[in-house]
Design a protein around this ligand. Structure first.
Ligand code: F2R
Ligand code: MG
Ligand code: MG
Length: 315
């Protein structure tokens, strides 16, 4: 895929972070509802996109993404101490965190050994989608340095997600965001090839292969809608790849799958926003997104800070 000219990149950084927040906040209204229930309520994507008329609140997905972005904006890379400090500073448990993530962040907060808490909570580590839902800023900042991007995505996962599938989910979302950020014209074959090259597990390789054959939204359900990385990360990637020209369709299709609606829409929205830029996210939804201390204005500024770091590091 061709590379985007630099002047478009700031809009892509903003589109990615705000695309994630809007997807999360829209999907957050329906987390754990079934596809059948949602289909009965919304006859199509347009009905879903047009339905909100009051403030949209984001969930843990955006709150943790903000922590990753703040760490990168402040230090230019992931350092575990800074990342954990940001997770603790931003932690509002009522935003709907996973139970393992809550236990680990509360251990960080109390100065306890959070790594052993994580290991004991889920022996072998968490394979939840929590590392993938927050990793998009890594994909942006290291969009033209694939090895560094993979390493940084891994580092951003480790404090809470040590299971190989939890980590690989994050690396794949970061890779998809990187690819979308660089692309001027989306090419499905090249996109999926890049993701296949990124895979290290058979489980994810098989999912990516299946996703690359999807031509209709009715096939998206086969990829899963769960809270675990394997059953949500590739689903989000496929939602984007099916409708790369439309943020509404990408995020709407993700929400209408039911299940982990906030997280699948957050991940799909981040990739779509990175490709299309801020101006393609519906202004109405952006206006409805909460705008408190770390709301939409702050997130837009954070994308700008990340872009400044990117511009200083890039030749
Ligand atoms: N947790 C939720 N939503 C459910 C309830 C929200 C409710 N509205 C409320 O207000 O409380 N959403 C958020 O959690 C997901 C991200 O989770 P994360 O950060 O990965 O957390 P965790 O706990 O590590 O993993 C999530 C669940 O996956 C299962 N799991 C993970 N590893 C496992 C293992 N090794 N063995 C068995 N099960 C494992 C567990 O059920 C975990 O709780 C996002 O959806 C975000 O929106
Ligand atoms: Mg959430
Ligand atoms: Mg969720």
């Amino acid at each position: 895929m061709n590379s985007a000219p630099n002047e478009k990149l700031l809009a892509r950084f903003e589109g990615c972070l705000l695309g994630l927040a809007v997807g999360d906040a829209l999907g957050g209204r329906f987390e754990a509802q079934s596809a059948e229930h949602l289909a009965a309520r919304f006859h199509n994507v347009a009905a879903l996109i047009h339905y909100p008329n009051d403030e949209l609140w984001y969930t843990d997905d955006t709150q943790m993404m903000i922590g990753v972005a703040e760490t990168l904006a402040d230090y230019g890379e992931i350092t575990e101490v800074a990342l954990c400090r940001a997770f603790v500073a931003n932690y509002v448990p009522t935003r709907g965190y996973g139970r393992g993530a809550r236990a680990v962040i509360e251990a960080m907060e109390d100065g306890r050994d959070y790594r052993s808490v994580a290991e004991q909570y889920f022996p072998g580590g968490s394979f939840g989608n929590g590392a993938a839902m927050r990793v998009a800023p890594v994909g942006l900042l290291f969009c033209d340095r694939p090895e560094r991007m993979r390493l940084q995505a891994r580092l951003s996962s480790l404090p809470t997600h040590m299971h190989p599938l939890g980590i690989e989910g994050a690396v794949l979302i970061a890779a998809a965001v990187s690819c979308a950020t660089r692309a001027t014209k989306f090419a499905s074959d090249a996109f999926f090839e890049e993701l296949l090259d990124t895979c290290t597990t058979t489980e994810f390789r098989r999912r990516i292969e299946s996703a690359s054959t999807i031509r209709d939204k009715s096939e998206l359900t086969s990829l899963g809608n769960g809270i675990d990385a394997l059953n949500s990360v590739v689903t989000a990637i496929a939602c984007f790849a099916l409708t790369p020209h439309s943020y509404d369709e990408t995020v709407g299709n993700a929400v209408l799958l039911g299940g982990d609606t906030d997280t699948i829409a957050a991940m799909a929205g981040a990739i779509s926003g990175a490709y299309l830029g801020l101006e393609k996210i519906p202004a109405r939804l952006l206006d409805l997104l909460e705008d408190g201390p770390k709301g939409r204005t702050y997130i837009k500024g954070l994308a700008g800070r990340l872009f400044d770091v990117y511009s200083r590091k890039s030749p």
